[in-house]
Design a protein around this ligand. Structure first.
Ligand code: PMT
Length: 402
């Protein structure tokens, strides 16, 4: 099922305006209904026709576009679920911070009541200017989300912080904001949430290890959504190929033993632990100090059990703390998940069918059913991992509030 959110995309007069064309294309490909608003300076750099073609929607460049009876900005404000301004110039940031509405985009921005995401792009000295930084601070305090500019060489030849963040990073930030809208609206009191993600690696020798197919996508999605919803979020991650999620403190670990130590240390101050990591149940009894040489015959590895992290935590759990585990199963999903819920003394378990190719390991989508200790089962459906992460956190909050 594709995402179908209505997105208002503001494009301002930075040379990075051409990258907004790529962003528009990517958002449309992801299934979104994109409506572009351009400032006069942006129109000097990129033709509105480019955005018209890519978005398949009219492009707003002026306040008074005949022949609609309703001003464009009011009509769009009624349906857009998020306003994204990418690239955002110092001028636009200043106007938004101070409530100035003197063109179609800045006027629209004041009529938009949903989430606002701003991706600045400007000369590094301009970005560092106290006036710009003060405006950014004002907007952040008002809940505007920033995708921070990147470091590097900018168009004018200078090096520093001011480049527009990469398009995939902006797109991901938009998807995170869209996923956590209802979670944000529910205004939960901020909690400290510890989340684990990814696989562990159990060393056989200096160049080989035992591991599994976990990509970390599920755990990272939960961490991104929890942080975006305002929770103090700690992510403990096994080795994955994903960038550290925005707004989280990320602790990198490799083995099950390292993950156990990190989880125990962080759980002491946590309200909620979510173990989405695929922790190895066994490790080689010994790790060879040199690369094992190939011999004539077969090689037998002795494997020993790793610590069951969740089971250990059950004995350390204090009143008010809650623990959610995942059960990765290829058969008898419900029976096995409920058995793990009981054996590990959890508050909830998310039953995850990892025998299916369209969900689970590595996929961008997943489907889980949440089982609670009181015997209730809550199917959360099949969604993108970001959307599912928001549904999981909502379901947990709803049950905790009972
Ligand atoms: O990372 P992705 O590619 O996005 O894939 C997501 C996922 C399939 C890895 C994830 O959704 C998932 O199902 N995670 C749990 C994987 C797993 O190890 O399940 P399990 O049934 O073997 O373990 C049950 C629970 O005990 C898990 O919460 C696990 O983190 C925990 N555990 C396991 C072993 C161990 N030594 N200590 C533990 O605490």
């Amino acid at each position: 099922m594709p995402n179908t959110s209505c997105i208002a995309l503001g494009v301002t007069g930075s040379i990075a305006a051409y990258k907004a064309a790529d962003l528009t294309s990517k958002l449309v490909q992801a299934g979104h209904d994109v409506h572009v608003l351009m400032t006069g300076s942006a129109c000097e750099l990129v033709q509105p026709q480019t955005f018209l073609t890519l978005s398949r929607n009219p492009v707003t460049t002026q306040l008074w576009n005949l022949p609609t009876w309703q001003p464009e900005h009011i009509a769009l404000a009624d349906k857009a679920e998020i306003l994204v301004v990418a690239p955002a110039t110092a001028n636009f940031i200043g106007k938004l911070a101070n409530g100035i509405a003197d063109d179609a985009l800045s006027t629209y921005a004041l009529s938009h009541t949903g989430p606002v995401l701003v991706a600045p792009a400007m000369n590094p000295r301009m970005w560092q200017h106290p006036a710009v930084q003060a405006n950014v601070k004002t907007l952040k305090a008002r809940g505007v989300v920033f995708v921070e500019p990147a470091e590097g060489r900018v168009a004018c030849g200078e090096a520093g912080t001011g480049r527009l963040a990469d398009v995939p990073e902006i797109q991901r930030a938009i998807e995170v904001q869209l996923a956590c809208r209802s979670l944000k609206k529910s205004k939960q009191s901020p909690k400290r949430i510890v989340i684990t993600a990814g696989p562990t690696r159990e060393a056989i020798d200096p160049v080989r290890f035992l591991s599994n197919r976990s990509s970390g996508k599920m755990g990272y999605a939960i961490a991104e959504v929890a942080a975006a919803a305002g929770h103090d979020t700690v992510l403990i991650s096994g080795p994955v190929a994903l960038p550290p999620p925005a707004g989280c403190r990320t602790i990198d670990v490799t083995s099950a033993a390292e993950m156990a130590a990190a989880v125990k240390a962080e759980f002491a101050e946590a309200d909620l632990l979510i173990m989405a990591a695929a922790v190895a149940d066994y490790r080689p009894a010994d790790c060879a100090s040199d690369k094992i040489k190939k011999g004539e015959g077969n090689l037998t590895l002795e494997l020993v059990r790793t610590e069951d992290i969740l089971r250990s935590l059950a004995d350390l759990k204090k009143p008010g703390q809650a623990i959610l585990g995942f059960a990765a199963e290829t058969r008898d999903l419900e029976t096995n998940a409920i058995a793990k819920l009981k054996a590990k003394k959890l508050d909830w378990i998310a039953a995850n069918d990892v025998g299916r190719a369209d969900i689970g390991f590595e996929s961008d989508r997943n489907e889980i059913t949440l089982f609670a200790t009181d015997g209730t089962a809550t199917p959360l459906g099949r969604h993108s991992k970001l959307q599912l992460a928001a549904k999981l956190l909502e379901a947990v909050a709803a049950r905790k509030n009972r």
